[in-house]
Design a protein around this ligand. Structure first.
Ligand SMILES: NC(=O)c1ccc[n+]([C@@H]2O[C@H](COP(=O)([O-])OP(=O)(O)OC[C@H]3O[C@@H](n4cnc5c(N)ncnc54)[C@H](O)[C@@H]3O)[C@@H](O)[C@H]2O)c1
Length: 349
């Protein structure tokens, strides 16, 4: 690998070598996606839980495994490391990876403070590596359709947007985890459940410039909120709201974005932005034969958002190979963290 310039990458035809830190719910999905990707080679995995490593190494023979990520960064030969650990560890692990001259693909949220994000961006720049952030909902079919309508100005001026993340997380989701629900490691439900949604709002309507927030912890024994609502203003002048909760009875109810424009209204809905539930756009009807193929990430007793991690990995490879891609990098990823901090700051002040 050429270490002096981030925009060059190995001999074009060589497989890109990956390693994964954190082999929990989403780390295992990264491992499966990397194993299935023809242009990727998964070299090594790391988890402090030795049993998880052993189990994965049995499923994917040939994998080298570590319980110390710094040792893996120092010893193993790979190009990109996927950071799939609790939020509070994203910054130190990404910075360590940058110093070891590895490109980074960090799970969302990029980190849980603006300062951490800035330190990560700086470390990547200083070491000439790429810092990329997982935002797999950008690839959902309904998101593509809405984006095409917005980019081609079919809705005219946008007035308002409403976003609802109304999900269920059972008590064990928190109590059986050593990081979920903890302020220092999770930081808040917006970082976990809503950051994909906030990323999309910012992508389309600009940075959040004002937020008026109420939030509370109503139904879980946790240090962070499980219910919140915020009235937002975006850089573009669009006004909006976001409601989020993990208190919905029994199962996820809805993950939706409603866009109110001069010449059209769109509701992207379903449980995880997987459907178009309403589309009324002047002279721009929705085609009848769209295949809504996005599937959720399922983790046994609960479901997350879309499982388009395969598309993210393909775009990491495309980015490193100078091909067309839509991967999100650190400078873009920090924008959601800034918005989330602004939303929380208003409630906490
Ligand atoms: N993109 C998505 O849709 C999506 C979905 C789920 C989770 N995530 C993100 O992925 C991250 C992990 O979430 P999860 O649900 O997989 O959590 P998890 O608790 O299931 O897994 C985290 C893993 O990290 C390991 N770990 C902790 N400290 C470590 C260390 N110092 N070194 C090595 N391994 C360590 C744990 O043992 C555990 O196996 C979070 O940031 C979360 O927000 C993203």
């Amino acid at each position: 690998m050429n270490q002096t310039n981030v925009v060059t990458f190995p001999e074009a035809m060589k497989k890109i070598k990956f390693a994964v830190i954190g082999c929990g719910s989403i780390g295992q999905r990264h491992v499966a996606v990397l194993d299935a990707e023809a242009d990727a080679q998964l070299i090594a995995i790391c988890d402090v839980d030795e049993q998880k490593c052993i189990k994965l190494a049995e499923t994917y023979p040939g994998l080298v495994w570590y319980t110390d990520y710094q040792k893996m960064l120092n010893e193993a030969d790979f190009d990109v490391v996927n950071v799939c650990t609790p939020h509070g560890l994203h910054a130190p692990m990404s910075i360590g990876a940058a110093r070891a001259k590895k490109h980074i693909l960090v799970e969302k949220p990029m980190a849980i403070s603006i300062q951490d994000c800035e330190d990560m961006i700086l470390a990547a720049r200083e070491n000439n590596v790429l810092l990329m952030v997982v935002k797999q909902n950008r690839y959902n079919v309904p998101i593509r359709l809405a984006r095409e309508a917005l980019e081609s100005k079919k809705l005219g001026r946008i007035f308002m947007v409403q976003c609802d993340v109304l999900w269920n997380r059972y008590e064990g989701y928190y109590s059986e985890s050593n990081w979920r629900g903890k302020m220092a490691l999770e930081g808040g439900a917006l970082y976990t459940q809503a950051s994909h949604f906030i990323d999309l709002l910012i992508w389309w309507f600009g940075d959040v410039v004002k937020a008026k927030t109420m939030m509370d912890t109503k139904n879980h024994q946790i240090e962070i909120e499980d219910c919140g609502t915020s009235v937002l203003e975006f850089d573009s002048g669009v006004m909006g709201t976001i409601n989020w909760t993990t208190c919905v009875y029994n199962k996820n109810y809805e993950g939706s974005i409603k866009i109110i424009g001069e010449f059209g209204t769109i509701k992207i809905g379903g449980q995880y932005l997987n459907k178009i539930e309403y589309w009324d756009v002047r002279a721009y009807p929705l085609s009848d034969n769209i295949d809504f193929t996005d599937k959720p990430n399922s983790y046994g007793k609960y479901q997350g958002t879309s499982s388009n991690h395969d598309k993210v990995i393909k775009d990491v490879i495309a980015r490193l190979s100078h091909e067309k891609h839509m991967i999100v990098e650190g400078e873009e990823g920090i924008r959601s963290v800034k918005a989330i901090e602004m939303i929380y700051d208003d409630a906490r002040k």
